[in-house]
Design a protein around this ligand. Structure first.
Ligand SMILES: N[C@@H](CCC(=O)N[C@@H](CS)C(=O)NCC(=O)O)C(=O)O
Length: 223
């Protein structure tokens, strides 16, 4: 039987499924690429026409969504209990955090990254950086409340909801936005980053870290 295979770029959203694979101690194959592969590894477009990471294959299954892949791994392999049971009272909450982490949290971050880090000087949009940076920080309000009395997001144990949301917080930290995090969000991020599986996953492909080209930023979001 073939192993699941993940295409990954260091510190991008493919860290989510890589971290899940490491938590589950699954046997997997990995293809490491420079970022963005659409420019530096053009043959990747034959696999994934979007050019985005993650890309994932398992037998005849192919996937391109980081949280979808985590969900698939948790349900398909069940090596460790990384999900919440359908009949558990917090099942809806668990699904909500999974979707929330990309649809609500990383969406504004992507705009900050584009107009702050990726575009050339003459195309940088300072108003967009400020507005979407503030929007992201305001959207952490729900997480602040959830973490006021919890170590993990759902069902009192570590799940892929923690992986999904932690990646959004980690991405914000890489961008330089974590100075605006509340103490409970900072504590949560720090404790998730201490997990051995996170440390192993974050280290893989470190020499290709796309963020090493971006100088540390001091944002002035609030006047
Ligand atoms: N919703 C997708 C987004 C995938 C995505 O946009 N990945 C980024 C890296 S975090 C990417 O590959 N960007 C490169 C590009 O757009 O060329 C997911 O969560 O996997």
């Amino acid at each position: 039987m073939s192993k699941p295979k993940l295409w990954h770029c260091n510190n991008t959203r493919s860290l989510r499924p890589l971290w899940a694979l490491e938590e589950m101690e699954l046997d997997y194959d990995l293809e490491l690429m420079p970022f963005p592969p659409r420019i530096y590894q053009k043959d990747f477009l034959d696999k994934n026409a979007l050019g985005t990471v993650p890309y994932f294959e398992d037998g005849t299954t192919t996937m391109t969504e980081s949280i979808g892949i985590c969900h698939y791994l948790a349900e398909r392999y069940r090596k460790t209990e990384l999900s919440v049971a359908v009949d558990h009272p917090e099942y809806g909450d668990y699904l909500n955090w999974l979707y929330h982490s990309d649809a609500t949290l990383t969406f504004p971050q992507t705009i900050v990254m584009r107009y702050h880090n990726l575009e050339p000087e003459e195309r940088k949009l300072h108003q967009a950086i400020k507005d979407y940076g503030k929007w992201y920080i305001a959207r952490l309000r729900k997480l602040d409340a959830q973490l006021s009395d919890r170590e993990f997001l759902c069902d009192s144990h570590f799940t892929i909801a923690d992986i999904s949301v932690t990646y959004a917080l980690y991405f914000g930290e890489l961008l330089g936005l974590s100075e605006y995090y509340s103490p409970q969000v900072l504590n949560y991020l720090s404790s998730m980053k201490q997990r051995p599986a996170f440390k192993r996953a974050a280290q893989i492909g470190k020499d290709l870290d796309p963020f090493k080209n971006f100088p540390p930023t001091k944002f002035h979001l609030f006047d």
